[in-house]
Design a protein around this ligand. Structure first.
Ligand SMILES: Nc1nc2c(ncn2[C@@H]2O[C@H](COP(=O)(O)OP(=O)(O)O)[C@@H](O)[C@H]2O)c(=O)[nH]1
Ligand SMILES: [Mg+2]
Length: 295
């Protein structure tokens, strides 16, 4: 039996969470076209007959502009500490940026083996990708793997390469566990994902969703969600004309939650303003970003 931890890191939007979800065949991390969708480390567990890979999904590597960003970068650093393998994800379509190179030079050549995963190959051609792979192949990485979270291309190669690098050991989590996050957490995140998808511009970056009620019975789950945003003007946009936007968010989230929970969901949403919460340490910890976790 082999078991161990593999951290998935990379700049925003390269598809870290998508790769994890596709490998697990289950959505444990929300995904969106906007940067900084993932705010915390999320564990996803792949158990097979002779191995257990514990993936650690992380926030995108960026230069923080507020205290939430500081928290996210601390969470990234912590997530990488002590893992057996680091997977650096790059974006095949966008190419290698200065930010990618920063991460590469930070982690490659250290004591933890690094795999470079070049994601989104479905958006490019071999001819276009090949020149970008050449310099990567010269790096002291365990392997450079072109792959696609969308189509699933080469994800088996990624897991096989990780497996080879893991130490011998017993399972670290129960075999039937897929994530360290609760259904309650996944439910709140599902609602936040719909806000990231439907609400324009920068507004969703200042949104956090808190569940005030999560009450599961045999037939139905009652959920009350508080959507926190930073300004009154944002609140009006999230609610929309005649409540249209909030309704759209609610309907879309409810459908997904019914699939996740396998039963009917009664979802009620409320919007509340907490000015500049992303810069207030007390508010951050109230909203689930607890600094204690990173001591
Ligand atoms: N075409 C394509 N899009 C992808 C792929 N992987 C992720 N995406 C998209 O890229 C965006 C960012 O994905 P996400 O997983 O949230 O990236 P993260 O910020 O690195 O976790 C989303 O819109 C995804 O649907 C892929 O392999 N192919
Ligand atoms: Mg993510």
């Amino acid at each position: 039996m082999k078991s161990g931890f593999a951290a998935i890191i990379g700049r925003a939007n390269v598809g870290k969470s998508s790769i994890l979800n596709k490998i697990l065949g289950q959505k444990v991390a929300i995904v969106s076209p906007k940067a900084q969708t993932t705010r915390d480390r999320i564990v996803g567990i792949l158990t097979e007959s002779d191995s257990q890979i514990v993936f650690v999904d992380t926030p995108g590597f960026h230069a923080p502009t507020n205290k939430l960003g500081d928290y996210m970068m601390r969470s990234l650093t912590e997530a990488v500490r002590g893992v057996d393998v680091v997977v650096i994800v790059l974006d095949a379509e966008r190419g290698i940026t200065a930010r990618d190179n920063e991460l590469i030079s930070k982690y490659i050549g250290g004591k933890t083996p690094v795999i470079i995963a070049v994601n989104k190959t479905d958006l490019t051609t071999y001819e276009a990708l090949y020149p970008a792979l050449t310099p990567l192949n010269a790096l002291p990485a365990e392997d450079v793997i072109p792959l696609s979270a969308r189509t699933g291309f080469n994800l088996d190669k990624l897991t096989a390469t990780i497996r080879k690098l893991l130490p011998e050991g017993d399972m670290l989590y129960p075999a039937d566990e897929v994530t360290d996050k609760s259904l309650r957490y996944l439910a709140a995140e599902t609602i936040r994902e719909k806000i990231l998808l439907f609400v324009q511009d920068e507004i969703p970056h200042g949104v956090q969703v808190v569940l005030e009620e999560f009450d599961e019975t045999d037939r139905i789950t009652n959920i009350s969600a508080l959507i926190i945003c930073e300004k009154n003007s944002h609140k009006s946009i999230i609610i929309g004309k005649g409540g249209d936007m909030l309704k759209k968010i609610g309907v879309s989230a409810r459908k997904e939650l019914e699939t996740l929970l396998g039963k009917q969901v009664m979802l009620r949403t409320f919007v509340k303003v907490i000015e500049d919460w992303r810069n207030k340490p007390a508010r951050l910890s109230e909203l689930g970003f607890t600094p204690e976790k990173h001591e």
